[in-house]
Design a protein around this ligand. Structure first.
Ligand code: ZN
Length: 342
Protein backbone atom coordinates (compact mmCIF):
# COMPACT_ATOMS: atom_id res chain seq x y z
CA UNK A 1 0.00 0.00 0.00
CA UNK A 2 1.06 3.58 -0.52
CA UNK A 3 2.18 6.15 2.02
CA UNK A 4 2.63 9.87 1.36
CA UNK A 5 5.16 12.29 2.82
CA UNK A 6 7.19 15.30 1.65
CA UNK A 7 10.50 16.36 3.21
CA UNK A 8 9.23 19.95 3.65
CA UNK A 9 7.04 18.59 6.45
CA UNK A 10 10.12 18.05 8.60
CA UNK A 11 11.28 21.70 8.57
CA UNK A 12 8.77 22.95 11.15
CA UNK A 13 10.67 22.65 14.44
CA UNK A 14 8.63 24.14 17.30
CA UNK A 15 10.52 25.08 20.44
CA UNK A 16 8.04 26.61 22.88
CA UNK A 17 5.57 24.56 24.92
CA UNK A 18 3.96 25.18 28.30
CA UNK A 19 2.86 22.22 30.42
CA UNK A 20 0.93 23.19 33.55
CA UNK A 21 2.51 26.62 33.14
CA UNK A 22 6.09 25.31 33.02
CA UNK A 23 8.28 25.77 29.93
CA UNK A 24 9.20 22.39 28.41
CA UNK A 25 10.70 21.34 25.07
CA UNK A 26 7.93 21.02 22.47
CA UNK A 27 7.23 17.27 22.03
CA UNK A 28 6.15 17.58 18.37
CA UNK A 29 9.72 17.08 17.15
CA UNK A 30 10.85 16.61 13.54
CA UNK A 31 12.46 13.31 14.59
CA UNK A 32 8.96 11.83 14.81
CA UNK A 33 9.04 11.73 11.01
CA UNK A 34 12.06 9.37 10.92
CA UNK A 35 10.39 6.94 13.33
CA UNK A 36 7.10 7.01 11.44
CA UNK A 37 8.77 6.60 8.04
CA UNK A 38 10.66 3.56 9.36
CA UNK A 39 7.41 2.19 10.81
CA UNK A 40 5.53 2.55 7.53
CA UNK A 41 8.38 0.95 5.56
CA UNK A 42 8.51 -2.00 7.97
CA UNK A 43 4.81 -2.57 7.30
CA UNK A 44 5.64 -2.84 3.58
CA UNK A 45 4.35 0.59 2.55
CA UNK A 46 6.09 2.48 -0.26
CA UNK A 47 6.68 6.16 0.47
CA UNK A 48 5.72 8.63 -2.27
CA UNK A 49 5.94 12.40 -2.44
CA UNK A 50 2.59 14.14 -2.78
CA UNK A 51 1.97 16.71 -5.50
CA UNK A 52 1.37 20.42 -4.90
CA UNK A 53 -2.42 20.66 -4.61
CA UNK A 54 -2.61 24.40 -4.07
CA UNK A 55 -4.86 26.06 -1.53
CA UNK A 56 -8.16 24.67 -2.84
CA UNK A 57 -8.47 21.53 -0.69
CA UNK A 58 -7.24 23.43 2.38
CA UNK A 59 -9.56 26.40 1.95
CA UNK A 60 -12.45 23.97 1.65
CA UNK A 61 -12.27 23.50 5.45
CA UNK A 62 -10.40 26.61 6.67
CA UNK A 63 -11.35 30.29 6.39
CA UNK A 64 -9.34 32.52 4.02
CA UNK A 65 -8.79 34.92 6.94
CA UNK A 66 -7.08 32.13 8.91
CA UNK A 67 -5.01 30.85 5.98
CA UNK A 68 -3.78 34.39 5.27
CA UNK A 69 -2.82 34.64 8.95
CA UNK A 70 -0.91 31.32 8.88
CA UNK A 71 1.00 32.29 5.75
CA UNK A 72 2.05 35.79 6.80
CA UNK A 73 2.05 36.06 10.58
CA UNK A 74 5.67 35.04 11.11
CA UNK A 75 6.96 37.80 8.82
CA UNK A 76 4.73 40.35 10.56
CA UNK A 77 5.76 39.07 14.02
CA UNK A 78 9.44 39.60 13.24
CA UNK A 79 8.79 43.32 12.73
CA UNK A 80 7.67 43.71 16.37
CA UNK A 81 10.44 45.09 18.60
CA UNK A 82 11.57 42.48 21.11
CA UNK A 83 9.14 39.79 19.92
CA UNK A 84 9.81 36.09 20.56
CA UNK A 85 11.55 33.97 17.89
CA UNK A 86 8.30 32.06 17.27
CA UNK A 87 4.74 33.39 17.15
CA UNK A 88 3.18 32.60 20.54
CA UNK A 89 -0.08 34.18 21.72
CA UNK A 90 -0.36 35.98 25.06
CA UNK A 91 -3.97 37.17 24.97
CA UNK A 92 -7.16 35.46 23.77
CA UNK A 93 -10.71 36.74 23.28
CA UNK A 94 -12.96 35.06 25.85
CA UNK A 95 -15.67 35.13 23.18
CA UNK A 96 -15.05 35.44 19.45
CA UNK A 97 -18.03 37.59 18.53
CA UNK A 98 -16.20 40.93 18.77
CA UNK A 99 -14.28 42.73 16.07
CA UNK A 100 -11.33 41.15 14.28
CA UNK A 101 -8.03 42.54 15.59
CA UNK A 102 -5.73 44.35 13.16
CA UNK A 103 -2.50 43.76 15.07
CA UNK A 104 -0.25 40.68 14.83
CA UNK A 105 -0.47 40.10 18.60
CA UNK A 106 -4.26 40.37 18.55
CA UNK A 107 -4.58 38.04 15.57
CA UNK A 108 -2.22 35.48 17.18
CA UNK A 109 -4.54 35.34 20.18
CA UNK A 110 -7.58 35.15 17.90
CA UNK A 111 -6.27 32.30 15.73
CA UNK A 112 -4.23 30.27 18.25
CA UNK A 113 -6.00 28.31 20.98
CA UNK A 114 -2.95 27.71 23.16
CA UNK A 115 0.84 28.01 23.40
CA UNK A 116 1.49 24.51 21.97
CA UNK A 117 1.44 25.58 18.33
CA UNK A 118 4.25 28.15 17.90
CA UNK A 119 4.68 29.41 14.33
CA UNK A 120 8.14 29.81 12.80
CA UNK A 121 9.31 30.69 9.29
CA UNK A 122 8.93 27.03 8.24
CA UNK A 123 5.52 26.28 9.71
CA UNK A 124 3.30 27.34 6.80
CA UNK A 125 5.13 25.24 4.20
CA UNK A 126 5.38 22.21 6.51
CA UNK A 127 1.67 22.38 7.33
CA UNK A 128 0.73 22.78 3.65
CA UNK A 129 2.76 19.76 2.54
CA UNK A 130 1.34 17.78 5.45
CA UNK A 131 -2.17 18.59 4.16
CA UNK A 132 -1.15 17.70 0.60
CA UNK A 133 -0.02 14.27 1.85
CA UNK A 134 -3.58 13.80 3.14
CA UNK A 135 -5.02 15.01 -0.19
CA UNK A 136 -2.85 12.55 -2.12
CA UNK A 137 -3.87 9.65 0.14
CA UNK A 138 -7.55 10.58 -0.30
CA UNK A 139 -7.16 10.75 -4.09
CA UNK A 140 -5.40 7.37 -4.08
CA UNK A 141 -8.38 5.79 -2.32
CA UNK A 142 -10.79 7.61 -4.65
CA UNK A 143 -8.89 6.04 -7.56
CA UNK A 144 -9.68 2.59 -6.20
CA UNK A 145 -7.07 1.67 -3.57
CA UNK A 146 -8.52 -0.08 -0.50
CA UNK A 147 -6.35 2.06 1.75
CA UNK A 148 -3.57 4.65 1.86
CA UNK A 149 -1.52 6.23 4.64
CA UNK A 150 -0.70 9.94 4.92
CA UNK A 151 2.30 10.62 7.16
CA UNK A 152 0.92 13.97 8.24
CA UNK A 153 3.30 16.01 10.33
CA UNK A 154 2.58 18.55 11.70
CA UNK A 155 -0.63 16.83 12.83
CA UNK A 156 -4.05 18.37 12.34
CA UNK A 157 -6.99 17.24 14.48
CA UNK A 158 -6.86 20.11 17.02
CA UNK A 159 -7.08 22.73 14.25
CA UNK A 160 -10.55 24.30 13.79
CA UNK A 161 -11.72 26.16 10.69
CA UNK A 162 -9.90 29.31 11.90
CA UNK A 163 -7.90 28.30 14.98
CA UNK A 164 -4.59 26.46 15.46
CA UNK A 165 -3.96 24.50 18.66
CA UNK A 166 -2.20 21.53 20.22
CA UNK A 167 0.67 21.24 17.64
CA UNK A 168 -1.89 21.51 14.78
CA UNK A 169 -2.35 24.16 12.05
CA UNK A 170 -4.22 22.63 9.10
CA UNK A 171 -6.72 19.88 9.85
CA UNK A 172 -5.40 17.11 7.60
CA UNK A 173 -8.15 14.59 8.46
CA UNK A 174 -10.82 17.18 7.67
CA UNK A 175 -9.05 18.08 4.41
CA UNK A 176 -8.99 14.38 3.44
CA UNK A 177 -12.68 13.95 4.33
CA UNK A 178 -13.67 16.99 2.28
CA UNK A 179 -11.66 15.76 -0.72
CA UNK A 180 -13.42 12.38 -0.43
CA UNK A 181 -16.77 14.17 -0.49
CA UNK A 182 -16.15 14.90 -4.20
CA UNK A 183 -17.11 11.26 -4.83
CA UNK A 184 -18.63 9.99 -1.59
CA UNK A 185 -22.05 11.02 -0.27
CA UNK A 186 -21.13 10.08 3.29
CA UNK A 187 -17.70 10.10 4.96
CA UNK A 188 -16.96 8.88 8.50
CA UNK A 189 -13.95 10.08 10.49
CA UNK A 190 -12.79 7.78 13.30
CA UNK A 191 -10.27 9.48 15.60
CA UNK A 192 -8.29 7.09 17.82
CA UNK A 193 -5.71 9.63 19.06
CA UNK A 194 -5.20 9.88 22.83
CA UNK A 195 -6.66 13.41 22.69
CA UNK A 196 -10.13 14.38 21.53
CA UNK A 197 -10.22 15.56 17.91
CA UNK A 198 -11.79 18.88 18.84
CA UNK A 199 -10.88 20.73 15.63
CA UNK A 200 -12.32 17.99 13.44
CA UNK A 201 -15.48 17.93 15.55
CA UNK A 202 -15.74 21.71 15.26
CA UNK A 203 -15.35 21.76 11.47
CA UNK A 204 -18.15 19.23 10.88
CA UNK A 205 -20.31 19.95 13.95
CA UNK A 206 -23.30 21.29 12.01
CA UNK A 207 -23.05 18.83 9.10
CA UNK A 208 -24.76 15.50 8.48
CA UNK A 209 -22.59 14.38 5.54
CA UNK A 210 -19.48 13.76 7.66
CA UNK A 211 -19.85 11.65 10.81
CA UNK A 212 -17.19 12.42 13.42
CA UNK A 213 -16.38 9.76 16.05
CA UNK A 214 -13.59 10.15 18.61
CA UNK A 215 -12.17 7.78 21.26
CA UNK A 216 -9.89 9.55 23.73
CA UNK A 217 -8.84 10.06 27.34
CA UNK A 218 -11.69 11.71 29.27
CA UNK A 219 -11.19 15.48 28.87
CA UNK A 220 -12.59 16.16 32.33
CA UNK A 221 -8.94 16.24 33.48
CA UNK A 222 -7.09 16.12 30.18
CA UNK A 223 -6.40 18.23 27.07
CA UNK A 224 -8.43 19.66 25.32
CA UNK A 225 -10.63 20.08 28.45
CA UNK A 226 -13.45 22.09 26.81
CA UNK A 227 -14.37 19.51 24.17
CA UNK A 228 -14.66 15.73 23.89
CA UNK A 229 -17.44 15.10 26.37
CA UNK A 230 -20.13 12.51 25.65
CA UNK A 231 -22.94 15.09 25.53
CA UNK A 232 -21.44 16.87 22.48
CA UNK A 233 -23.60 15.39 19.74
CA UNK A 234 -23.55 17.98 16.96
CA UNK A 235 -25.86 20.92 16.27
CA UNK A 236 -28.51 21.93 13.75
CA UNK A 237 -28.46 19.54 10.78
CA UNK A 238 -25.41 17.88 12.39
CA UNK A 239 -27.21 16.88 15.58
CA UNK A 240 -26.58 13.16 16.10
CA UNK A 241 -23.60 13.13 13.69
CA UNK A 242 -20.89 13.63 16.32
CA UNK A 243 -20.07 10.84 18.76
CA UNK A 244 -17.55 11.08 21.61
CA UNK A 245 -16.32 8.11 23.61
CA UNK A 246 -14.24 9.45 26.53
CA UNK A 247 -12.23 6.72 28.28
CA UNK A 248 -10.98 6.63 31.87
CA UNK A 249 -7.27 7.46 32.24
CA UNK A 250 -4.93 4.48 31.79
CA UNK A 251 -7.55 2.43 29.95
CA UNK A 252 -5.74 -0.46 28.22
CA UNK A 253 -6.35 -2.67 25.16
CA UNK A 254 -9.54 -4.40 26.31
CA UNK A 255 -11.35 -1.17 27.22
CA UNK A 256 -10.15 0.56 24.06
CA UNK A 257 -11.29 -2.30 21.81
CA UNK A 258 -14.65 -2.43 23.58
CA UNK A 259 -15.18 1.29 22.95
CA UNK A 260 -14.08 0.77 19.36
CA UNK A 261 -16.90 -1.79 19.00
CA UNK A 262 -19.37 0.86 20.17
CA UNK A 263 -17.89 3.33 17.67
CA UNK A 264 -18.25 0.76 14.87
CA UNK A 265 -21.94 0.30 15.66
CA UNK A 266 -22.48 4.04 15.09
CA UNK A 267 -20.32 4.06 11.96
CA UNK A 268 -22.20 1.08 10.47
CA UNK A 269 -25.53 2.77 11.18
CA UNK A 270 -24.28 5.81 9.21
CA UNK A 271 -23.35 3.52 6.30
CA UNK A 272 -20.44 5.63 5.03
CA UNK A 273 -18.93 5.19 1.57
CA UNK A 274 -15.43 5.75 2.91
CA UNK A 275 -13.56 6.05 6.20
CA UNK A 276 -10.86 8.44 7.44
CA UNK A 277 -8.87 7.17 10.43
CA UNK A 278 -7.25 9.97 12.45
CA UNK A 279 -4.43 7.77 13.70
CA UNK A 280 -2.82 9.04 16.87
CA UNK A 281 -0.36 6.62 18.43
CA UNK A 282 -0.18 8.54 21.72
CA UNK A 283 -2.73 6.23 23.39
CA UNK A 284 0.36 3.99 23.81
CA UNK A 285 1.26 2.96 27.38
CA UNK A 286 4.82 4.32 26.92
CA UNK A 287 3.93 7.61 25.20
CA UNK A 288 5.28 10.68 27.06
CA UNK A 289 1.69 11.96 27.54
CA UNK A 290 0.81 8.86 29.58
CA UNK A 291 -2.97 9.19 29.21
CA UNK A 292 -3.99 5.69 28.10
CA UNK A 293 -2.30 2.27 28.19
CA UNK A 294 -2.68 0.70 24.74
CA UNK A 295 0.12 -1.79 23.98
CA UNK A 296 2.02 -2.40 20.72
CA UNK A 297 0.04 -5.63 20.02
CA UNK A 298 -3.04 -3.58 20.92
CA UNK A 299 -2.41 -1.27 17.95
CA UNK A 300 -2.27 -4.31 15.71
CA UNK A 301 -5.68 -5.44 16.99
CA UNK A 302 -7.07 -1.92 16.51
CA UNK A 303 -5.84 -1.91 12.91
CA UNK A 304 -7.32 -5.35 12.29
CA UNK A 305 -10.65 -4.34 13.82
CA UNK A 306 -10.83 -1.21 11.61
CA UNK A 307 -10.05 -3.29 8.52
CA UNK A 308 -13.04 -5.45 9.52
CA UNK A 309 -15.33 -2.50 8.71
CA UNK A 310 -14.44 -3.32 5.10
CA UNK A 311 -14.48 0.32 3.94
CA UNK A 312 -12.03 2.13 1.67
CA UNK A 313 -9.84 3.83 4.27
CA UNK A 314 -7.58 6.88 4.36
CA UNK A 315 -5.25 6.71 7.36
CA UNK A 316 -4.04 10.14 8.50
CA UNK A 317 -1.25 10.45 11.06
CA UNK A 318 -2.10 12.57 14.09
CA UNK A 319 -0.20 12.38 17.43
CA UNK A 320 2.25 9.88 18.89
CA UNK A 321 5.42 11.22 20.48
CA UNK A 322 9.03 10.18 20.84
CA UNK A 323 9.49 6.87 22.59
CA UNK A 324 11.39 3.76 21.49
CA UNK A 325 8.24 2.03 20.25
CA UNK A 326 6.75 4.86 18.12
CA UNK A 327 7.78 3.29 14.79
CA UNK A 328 6.84 -0.21 15.97
CA UNK A 329 3.38 1.01 16.96
CA UNK A 330 2.78 2.34 13.45
CA UNK A 331 4.05 -0.93 11.95
CA UNK A 332 1.73 -2.85 14.29
CA UNK A 333 -1.32 -0.77 13.31
CA UNK A 334 -0.61 -0.88 9.56
CA UNK A 335 0.19 -4.61 9.63
CA UNK A 336 -2.99 -5.36 11.58
CA UNK A 337 -4.97 -3.17 9.16
CA UNK A 338 -3.45 -4.77 6.08
CA UNK A 339 -3.49 -8.32 7.32
CA UNK A 340 -7.20 -8.95 7.07
CA UNK A 341 -8.83 -9.46 3.67
CA UNK A 342 -6.52 -7.00 1.90
ZN1 ZN B 1 -2.82 13.40 20.71
Amino acid sequence: MKAFYAQEQKRHDPRAFLSSGAAQPNPEKPERVERLLAGAKSAGYTIERPGNHGLGPVSAVHTPEYLDFLEHIFERWQRIDGASAEVIPNIHPIARNGSYPASAVGQAGYHMADTACPISGETWQSALWSAWSAVEAAETVMAGASGAYALCRPPGHHAFADVAGGFCFINNSAVAAQVLRRQAARVAILDVDLHHGNGTQGIFYARSDVLTVSLHADPVRFYPFFWGHADERGEGPGLGYNFNLPLPRKSADAAFLEALGVAFQRIRAFSPDVLVVALGLDAFEGDPFGGLSVTTPGFSRIGEAIAGLDLPTVIVQEGGYLCDELGDNLTAFLTGFGGKAR
